[in-house]
Write a protein that binds this ligand. Structure first.
Ligand SMILES: CC(C)(COP(=O)(O)OP(=O)(O)OC[C@H]1O[C@@H](n2cnc3c(N)ncnc32)[C@H](O)[C@@H]1OP(=O)(O)O)[C@@H](O)C(=O)NCCC(=O)NCCS
Length: 448
């Protein structure tokens, strides 16, 4: 086996269509997930969107001579896609290096190719100044070893419309929803509004990530990427909330078809930037005729059940991890969230990839965190996997030892469970629980 590294940043030929290299990489990625690589026009669309979003395709090809029936041209056997995104880290919006399309051909698995690709992807992102990397995982057991921790989860809920739930009148009054109106809209005309609402949501929702254009177009039914088609999803319907100061949200719904036992509608996209738009749109969706059940995705503990008369009308049906993040710059990430209480803590961070291993002092004053790293840290990549304490760093502060994957999770979602059950260690465990606690779980409304 002879392997050659792949690094592609140009996906379009002179004719504006996807290059053969791009098509081969996409086919490799699709086959890794047992999926259809898509027709040529879908690949051209993806190549245009990926190029505009700054994607970098990396991996390996096997240059061993093979018979003609094994396929012509270079043969990619391992793939990884990286691209720049932005994420709300709790207070500030910071850069995140998105990772997707991770795959290794079945013939080349368990030989360290993922390890090699992931290490160099993370090192490159860190060198390029990205404080965080992020991905969504097909399996939960793969990425912890590379320092990724769960930063947000996604739940699926079902609303029983047969029970005729309504948002409580006091909620409609208090949020100001009753001062707005709902307008039926053509979903395929809402792309600019989708961009605007995403920008606003990234500013205000911890965990929210900037959406790719392809994600927005798919959410609006402009294309049908789940069916590997550029045809619009014509059955999608949209409702826009107009408040006194302008448009603050929209919901896109799609009926699941009349061949089912019950009549079900899926909320395929729900983008709101104010509580008034949130309450107004839900109240409108609750009044749809001919529908038995409405399903939607939302954050763990989302409030809908609390704001109707019968909480059982809203049922949780699924709860999965969604965004995994990997801290590449401890100072930037911890200084970009807010803290519920003041105090001091030294974090002893263990990192299996040796990128951020070390002792860091966190001081919180008036809810604002400041991080000082030990001055004895070797350069990234040569730090060892176990951090050493630095007695001169915040000498009076309690110490807590934790792995970098648990830090990613703590920074976004808190760490009381890990602290209670011994995953975090040291006399600073209680202080870590207090400082990192959050009122609401962060949320991101798409995967990649
Ligand atoms: C998951 C996948 C990328 C792993 O690639 P690979 O080159 O075989 O992985 P490596 O040989 O580099 O393994 C690195 C480590 O991950 C572990 N690992 C690999 N696949 C794993 C899996 N599916 N679950 C848990 N651990 C896994 C290996 O045991 C190894 O651990 P160790 O170094 O601690 O012993 C590959 O199996 C694949 O393409 N699967 C199908 C597509 C997919 O699931 N992609 C992930 C998308 S998020």
């Amino acid at each position: 086996m002879t392997l050659k590294p792949i690094h592609i940043t140009e996906f379009l030929g002179k004719d504006g269509k996807a290059t053969e290299d791009y098509r081969r990489m996409m086919a490799r990625i699709a086959h890794g997930f047992h999926q259809d690589p898509g027709a040529a026009d879908v690949q051209d669309y993806r190549a245009r969107r990926d190029q505009a979003a700054g994607f970098v395709l990396r991996g390996f090809e096997d240059t061993t001579d093979l018979p003609e029936w094994a396929g012509s041209g270079p043969k990619p056997v391992a793939t990884i896609l990286g691209f720049p995104l932005r994420i709300n880290a709790g207070k500030d919006v910071i850069d995140l290096w998105g990772i997707s399309g991770v795959g290794v051909a079945p013939t080349h698995r368990r030989q360290g190719l993922l390890r090699s690709m992931m290490h160099s992807e993370l090192e490159t992102a860190q060198r390029n100044g990205f404080p965080l990397a992020g991905l969504t995982a097909t399996e939960g057991g793969i990425y912890g070893r590379f320092g990724f921790g769960i930063s947000s989860r996604q739940c699926t809920y079902e609303v029983n419309l047969r029970a005729k739930p309504r948002i409580l009148t006091e909620v409609l009054e208090a949020t100001g929803a009753d001062g707005g109106s709902i307008v039926e809209a053509e979903p395929r005309g809402l792309l600019e509004l989708a961009r605007d609402l995403n920008r606003r949501r990234v500013e205000i929702i911890p965990g929210q990530i900037s959406r790719l254009t392809s994600t927005m177009e798919d959410g609006l039914g402009i294309v049908s990427l789940d069916k590997e088609s550029l045809d619009p999803r014509r059955a999608c319907e949209a409702f826009v909330y107009r408040g006194p100061r302008g448009v603050d949200g929209y919901a896109v719904i799609e009926h699941e078809g009349w061949d089912k036992e019950s009549s079900r509608v899926k909320v395929v996209d729900f983008q709101v930037a104010t509580t008034a738009a949130w309450a107004g749109l839900w109240d409108h969706l609750f009044q749809l005729d001919l529908i038995d059940y409405l399903t939607f995705e939302g954050a763990p503990g989302q409030p809908l059940g609390n704001l109707v008369r019968n909480p059982r009308d809203v049922r949780l049906t699924k709860d999965v991890d969604l965004i995994w993040t990997r801290i590449l710059d401890v100072k930037t990430v911890l200084e970009s969230r807010s803290y519920p209480t003041d105090g001091e803590l030294v974090l002893l961070i263990d990192d299996p990839v040796e990128l951020v291993t070390g002792a860091y002092a966190l001081r919180v004053t008036d809810g604002v965190g400041t991080v000082t790293a030990s001055e004895y840290l070797p350069e990234s990549g040569r730090r060892g996997t176990q951090s050493e304490d630095d007695a001169e760093l915040a000498p009076g502060a309690p110490r807590v030892r934790l792995s970098v994957d648990r830090l990613a999770s703590a920074a976004f979602r808190g760490c009381h469970v890990e602290a209670r059950f011994g995953v975090l260690r040291g006399e600073g465990v209680l202080q870590a629980t207090r400082l990192f606690s959050v009122d609401d779980e962060p949320y991101c409304d798409f995967d990649f």
